[in-house]
Design a protein. Structure first.
Length: 130
């Protein structure tokens, strides 16, 4: 299996697992909602790596943060069609609802954690398979 395909499949699996953990985390009462926000950002990181497996980890982290920040800032836009979309389950999961500064911090922490984990795994991958 070629490296980019293996990388994409690994990140696809990670995306699916993170979605599951993120959904479950919303039902664990002692976890603050920011944990789910960090997991959402980690999922977005993995999704970007599925789409662009050759992208450097740092570049992926920057693109993920831009994506997350733009999604959060978009919550300040109150156009009727966007509010209606956010009222749906998929709209709420993808775009959230209600701007919060703490979400930006949670996204940053999630991306930092995923970036560090990804950099570690990628360095091991290069060491083991080159």
């Amino acid at each position: 299996m070629k490296k980019p395909v293996a990388i994409s499949l690994s990140y696809l699996l990670c995306t699916v697992v993170l979605i599951g953990i993120g959904l479950v985390s919303r039902h664990i009462r002692f976890l603050p909602p920011e944990v789910g926000d960090a997991l959402w950002a980690m999922t977005v990181f993995c999704a970007w790596k599925v789409l662009l497996p050759r992208l450097h980890v740092r570049t992926t982290a920057i693109i993920t943060l831009l994506t997350a920040y733009l999604v959060e800032l978009s919550q300040l836009i109150r156009t009727p069609w966007l509010v209606s979309f956010r009222a749906t389950t998929i709209g709420h999961l993808l775009l959230g609802q209600g701007f919060q500064w703490t979400d930006l911090l949670a996204y940053t922490i999630g991306v930092a954690l995923m970036g560090m984990a990804s950099a570690h795994v990628c360095s091991r991958w290069r060491h083991d398979f080159t």
